[in-house]
Design a protein around this ligand. Structure first.
Ligand SMILES: Nc1ncnc2c1ncn2[C@@H]1O[C@H](COP(=O)(O)OP(=O)(O)OP(=O)(O)O)[C@@H](O)[C@H]1O
Ligand SMILES: [Mg+2]
Length: 367
């Protein structure tokens, strides 16, 4: 899978930008604030439907403008495809998304086309942030593998919002406890399916993750991945919802289900503790790298195509051993894009891989 062309209009600091990517590896080089990450972010939006920096659409529109437009051409299985997204802020926010010129229903429909894996310094959140960042990692990865999972998840999240609204109405005597029955039975159906798919995914992902850890840290840190409580039996799920009803009414929030499950990374050193409390900073960084490399190999294996790699300012943080490993991975991967303020210490990687270098400020002047 190769990204061939990218066009941006009134997007972030770019009035107009068109880039062609004939090469496998591209280094985007430029000083801080020049717009390197903005380019990766634009690719990630076309690939994943939204910004990996979590930026809402109004942030993406160039200052002083009221709309932005992104498009790309990519190659997959011998055929050329295109993806487009236009966002208009005037009046009600309007989004127009197309694949091969045909309108798609929503941003989530972009997922599964131009498949990508993003490496970002913020990834450290996955191992040392709260449960939400770990769930987000899990859900994003699984959504690329299985579009039906994503649809179930979106529907489940809508149900949770509706259930929470009902809980608040019950608290103020505008609804009855039995009004929860309908929501709960739908939640049980969707929730157990979501958990079943998460469990199946973790079984497939765990060995691939451990292989990546082996390669990065010499096999010292084995990890078990599990979900807690991760209830996949409908009867148990239903009972847990029932048991917590009064508490949920009091707080106005649904306290049980996949939206609250925790993804655990358990050390296999005899302690059975989560790595959050056990690993050193260096070990955590290696694990983060392994999680993303594992994501690459997982998607490659199960989708039958190599995702493109979007690597934001990560390579400079690695020590030489891990950098070598990374460069070796790049030799074997399809296509990768890096951002870095300069190429100090990277010359060898650039030379051995025949990478293309794009100076970002030059691009801006030509824009
Ligand atoms: N909506 C916007 N309109 C205009 N400019 C914007 C907009 N959003 C961000 N910018 C500009 O984009 C720049 C940041 O771009 P980006 O994050 O890509 O930098 P970078 O080259 O990755 O820098 P670093 O090396 O520090 O990571 C900032 O200077 C910011 O002012
Ligand atoms: Mg940046």
């Amino acid at each position: 899978m190769f990204l061939r062309k990218l066009q941006l209009q009134h997007y972030r600091n770019y009035a107009h930008l068109e880039l062609q990517f004939p090469d496998r590896l591209t280094f985007l080089v430029g000083e801080n604030g020049s717009g390197k990450t903005n380019v990766l972010e634009a690719i990630s939006i076309l690939s994943q439907g939204k910004s990996f920096r979590g930026a809402p659409d109004p942030e993406l529109v160039q200052q002083g403008q009221s709309s932005f437009y992104l498009s790309c051409q990519y190659e997959w299985d011998g055929a050329e495809h295109s993806l487009e997204m236009g966002v208009q802020l005037e009046g009600r926010l309007q989004r127009r998304i197309k694949k091969d010129g045909k309108v798609l229903a929503s941003r989530s429909a972009l997922i599964g086309n131009l498949v990508s894996v993003v490496f970002s310094p913020d990834d450290l959140e996955i191992v040392q942030g709260g449960p939400t960042s770990r769930r987000r990692f899990l859900d994003a990865l699984l959504s690329h593998r299985d579009p039906a999972y994503l649809q179930n998840l979106l529907q489940y999240n809508r149900l949770i919002r509706q259930r929470n609204a009902t809980l608040k109405s019950i608290r103020t005597n505008r609804a009855r406890l039995s009004d929860l029955d309908a929501w709960d039975s739908m939640l049980v159906n969707l929730g157990t399916e979501i958990t079943r798919k998460r469990r199946q995914f973790l079984q497939e992902y765990e060995p691939i993750l451990n292989q990546s850890i082996d390669q990065i840290s010499g096999g010292k840190d084995r990890i078990k991945v599990s979900l807690f409580p991760g209830e996949a039996r409908p009867e148990e799920f239903k009972r847990a919802l029932m048991d917590r009803r009064m508490r949920d009414v009091a707080t106005g929030a649904s306290s049980f289900g996949p939206h609250r499950d925790r993804l655990l990374f358990i050390c296999q050193d005899g302690s059975e503790r989560d790595i959050q409390f056990r690993f050193s900073q260096g070990q955590k960084r290696s694990l983060v790298l392994a999680l993303r490399v594992g994501q690459f190999y997982y998607l490659k294996q199960y989708l039958g195509r190599s995702p493109i790699l979007l690597i934001d300012d990560v390579i400079r943080e690695l020590d030489y051993k891990r950098r070598d490993y990374f460069v070796d991975l790049l030799h074997r991967c399809g296509q990768a894009f890096f951002t870095t303020p300069d190429l100090d210490g990277l010359q060898e990687a650039v030379e051995t891989t025949g990478a293309r270098i794009i100076q970002v400020p030059t691009l801006q002047r030509n824009a």
